[in-house]
Design a protein around this ligand. Sequence first.
Ligand code: GDP
Ligand code: MG
Length: 162
Amino acid sequence: PVPVVAVVGRPNVGKSTLVNRIIGRRQAVVEDVPGVTRDRVPYDAQWAGREFTVVDTGGWEPDAKDRAAAIAAQAETAVATADVVLFVVDAVVGSTDVDEAAVRMLRRSAKPVILVANKADNAAVEVEATSLWSLGLGEPYAVSALHGRGSGELLDAIMEAL
Ligand code: GDP
Ligand code: MG
């Protein structure tokens, strides 16, 4: 079976942009409006001659109600059915209460997690991103999903984790 990588995180951190970067085409819907991705959306991907499935999810939020709760539940199902999870945070904003709640959810899942510090468009944000060690998920991979910065290193780390 093809290994599965789930991409999760709070709304607007750049999950869909990262998915597009990983698959090398603009297929996942990127929006400034949170809540555009409602389900789990799988895409075929490959790196270093290996095939895998990358799953885009909607924004995860704790204590969500109604539609947001359904989106969060889909994200949790994506985590439960993944081999490796990419947990995406916004390196410009830094870690938030919602990110910390997501970390607790991810710990309960006991899945291998790679921490992605996205929106690291320049060296200054990349340096800032080291503070995300505090989330307790190991090394933060500073990436600019938009421009491609750091994406090769991230993909190598994904391959090692699979
Ligand atoms: P999602 O809700 O987590 O899927 O986030 P999206 O991928 O839809 O992106 C939300 C917004 O963040 C969009 O305006 C993206 O263009 C922007 N964005 C995503 N990745 C980056 C990045 O690496 N750098 C910058 N500057 N903006 C980004
Ligand atoms: Mg999205």
